[in-house]
Design a protein around this ligand. Structure first.
Ligand SMILES: [Zn+2]
Length: 380
């Protein structure tokens, strides 16, 4: 892993947003929270951390953007039916089929002992609605699709080494859970932090289907493919078809593979964000800043050393990486994809300015060698 990049002055750091991390997976001591200079999007993943995220955001409202939702690694805990089912009946229906071999049945008999009582989807959704409504700045996250996940033999939280069972959660079950959560988020106009692992084509199909299903409402929310593992080629296609899609990169996940370099180079300058995906709040700043520095060097963007009138008056062409990512974050949370960049009539002053910024940036991007950019009409 690369050496850490020296941090910039605090006034620059104060503009940085870690768009995806898991601080409630570790203790969050007051002194470390007080020392935190960046803003963080704190993800929830399962039953017990929704309230932890809520509490952290209540205690540090200026630093923590709360994100509520259920991660695909816990999707098998959810029962899609409202009919009361026994724990064993639920997990058997989700994890086994008529063709399951003895190895699967043996594994099932071991893990079912510690798996929790299933949570009905309806109660998950009602808690999610309560939390998203309580925090007007909250996002949906972490939700998504994961085809590499296997259920461990030991309960979550057991210290390593943990052995993995062969049991996986069918993608249909994962889709049902993520779709129900996204339907709710779209209804409330909340943007989404999306996990996609070994599910490139399924994710692309899912996004296309959400666009058709929700029509104009889909463009009122944005979706961030976090620690994006899509190829540069696939992302370029997604980016053109979905004006509300963004990617965020992390040092910890993306820098494991050299593919992140072509992804960062291929992405539109207005659709890229930075994250740590880390659990320890004392290290989220370092990891976020390292990827910010990587983005800057790959894109040839300046790294700001001050945040004052001289810096803020610079024309867009001279913006540094922090300013660019900050503008991308603001567009991401404001749902600005609602009006496609080339539609100019009857726009508000604010959206005209936003669109002008996106248009100029995409023209730059276009001239860097991408194929023609097609902005789909903002209707479903
Ligand atoms: Zn995550």
């Amino acid at each position: 892993m690369d050496a850490d990049t020296a941090l910039p002055p605090d006034d620059v750091l104060a503009q940085v947003v870690d768009v995806h991390c898991h601080p409630t997976d570790s203790p969050t001591p007051g002194d470390q929270m007080d020392a935190l200079k960046i803003k963080v999007c704190a993800m929830a993943t399962q039953a017990h951390d929704q309230s932890k995220v809520r509490k952290l955001a209540e205690t540090y409202p200026d630093k923590v953007i709360p994100c509520f939702g259920w991660h695909p690694w816990f999707s098998h805990f959810i029962s899609l039916s409202d009919r009361p089912v026994s724990k064993e009946e639920h997990y058997r229906a989700v994890l086994l089929s008529d063709e399951s071999s003895d190895a699967y049945t043996d594994a099932f008999n071991q893990v079912v002992k510690w798996l929790p009582e299933p949570t009905p989807l309806s109660s998950l959704l009602s808690e999610l609605r309560t939390n998203l409504t309580a925090f007007p700045n909250s996002l949906l996250g972490e939700v998504g699709l994961d085809r590499s996940f296997r259920i461990p033999f030991q309960p979550y939280g057991t210290p390593p080494p943990r052995r993995l069972s062969p049991l996986t959660v069918p993608v249909e079950h994962q889709i049902a859970l993520v779709e129900a959560q996204i339907d709710l988020a779209v209804g409330l106009g909340r943007s989404i932090s999306f996990h996609s692992v070994k599910a490139q084509n399924i994710t692309v199909d899912f996004l296309d289907r959400m666009k058709k299903k929700h029509g104009r409402d889909w463009l009122k929310v944005n979706i961030d493919l976090h620690s994006c593992g899509l190829s540069a080629e696939t992302w370029t296609r997604v980016e053109k078809l979905h004006p509300n899609a963004y990617i965020s990169l992390s040092q910890l996940i993306n820098q494991r593979s050299p593919a992140h370099e072509s992804l960062i180079r291929a992405c539109s300058p207005t659709r890229i964000l930075a994250e740590s995906d880390y659990h320890d709040i004392s290290s989220t700043t370092k990891y976020t800043w390292n990827i910010v520095a990587t983005i800057a060097s790959l894109r040839g963007w300046r790294v700001e050393e001050r945040w004052d009138a001289i810096e803020l008056e610079k024309p867009e062409a001279e913006w540094g990486v922090v300013r660019r990512l900050q503008q991308n974050w603001q567009a991401f949370v404001s749902g600005s994809a609602e009006i496609a960049p080339r539609e100019t009539k009857a726009e508000s002053h604010r959206s005209r300015r936003l669109n002008a910024a996106a248009y100029t940036a995409d023209e730059d991007w276009d001239s860097e060698g991408s194929a023609e950019i097609v902005y789909p009409a903002a209707t479903g």
